[in-house]
Write a protein that binds this ligand. Sequence first.
Ligand code: MG
Length: 503
Amino acid sequence: MDFCDAFYNFYSDSDTYEKIKEKFNGQQLTFVNMLYNWSVQDTPSYKAKDAKKKKMATTGTLMKSSSSTHFKQYLSKLISSLNWSFNTLQRKGIHGKAARSDVDFGFLFDIDGVICRGKTVLPSAREAFCKLVDTNGKFRVPVLFVTNAGNTLRQRKAQQLSQLLDIKVHEDQVVMSHSPLRMFKQFHDKHILASGQGPIQEIAQALGFTNVTTIDQFRHHFPTLDMVDHKRRKSAPCGFEEYFPRIEAIILFGEPVRWETNLQLIIDCLLTNGKPSAASSEIPYPHIPVLACNMDLLWMAEACIPRFGHGCFLHCLESLYQKISGRELRYTGLVGKPSELTYHHVDYLLDLQAKDMGTEQLKTIYSVGDNPGSDIYGANLYDRYLKKKAQSRSKFVKQKALQSNGLSLTEVESESHEIDVTVPVGKQSSEEVEENYAQSCESILVCTGVYCSTRDYVTYGAKCASNHNHRDFVLDPELTQPKYVVPNVLEAVNMVFDKEKFK
Ligand SMILES: [Mg+2]
């Protein structure tokens, strides 16, 4: 694991992460080497134990335990040797002391349709969050805000939430749909074409992408491609088109403003292997990699009926590509809810918060959302993963116990089928998804957003005539069934507190 990422995973501090990257001049330093080199150079007293320490670091023992005093000592000294104040890096300050030492649950809150609609905070949201903080405004239980929005930096989102809810929300508590792209390191140095709106170049760079071209910039280099709007047509072709470096991958951050421009230019890249200065003699397939964030078909703003989400744009893109090329658009990665990868990421982050509060093991994640197709589907999918993983683990333990007695599982049990544990995309590129922390993820549907019991745009289960899930998430009606349905976010918090006997 790269040191900078190890640091980020531990502290989730993007400013310092950038500073460290800058300090090391973009060098790829593995965490193990960094720790090893530093300990040899700066702490002679540790020399005798170098081999043991290196082994510990290699096995990730230190990384996997955020409460490890060794890890904190190493990191503290390293950071102070780099002239940054260790105290400023502490994630302390988000939480107060846990109300009791056995707080073993945490919350994931969706934002649009749960906390607010557009810029308007929903009634009861402030009261709900008052219950979640102590008299000093510190969170009493682990809380993350997990949104499929992707057109802003998470610092900005944290500021918006702080203003809406009148409490201090830290950027560490915000997970955007694009956050897991940090794990797709194999693309970080590729030439990326970024589609979306807002500060997407800044967002891509903050995630680790080093060579980013936005659709607007691309359009400027290839002025004859965008022809739908007559007023935006440019007659003089650019003479440097053929020298423009090939696009190696496309990232779809969120819905763009001018759909026709983005659809045209993205499909041009897919049909020409990333170089639309010359037409290919045949359509390349598989096409260049495509990563997409946020598959929500609809979302709820101030209007009384749901609005187009990024899922609508993806649907148009898939359909056009299929129609033009005769082939299916394939995604290398789909992130944001309901992708399982996003839930691995949030499980990891919630566990860090829990440990900060002195809780060793998080048992239950309560996931509160308004969209059966993303919030509920995603939470149930992750719960299914956790249950299978637990089954698999207990089978393994049982097998080990039997083996030590000279028996095998098949001799004592007729059940011989393998348990299929889903491996998330990008698993190989991150240590954080190798470990899951919670034991279950329970879905709670609120009726203040996309889902509403009195209208039929979106519903769940057998009543649903249409399928709002993304094409690659096969509709399993069972997964769209929430474990609980409550009127609003305040009732969700009350219900969980009752269930957990938390005051
Ligand atoms: Mg929502």
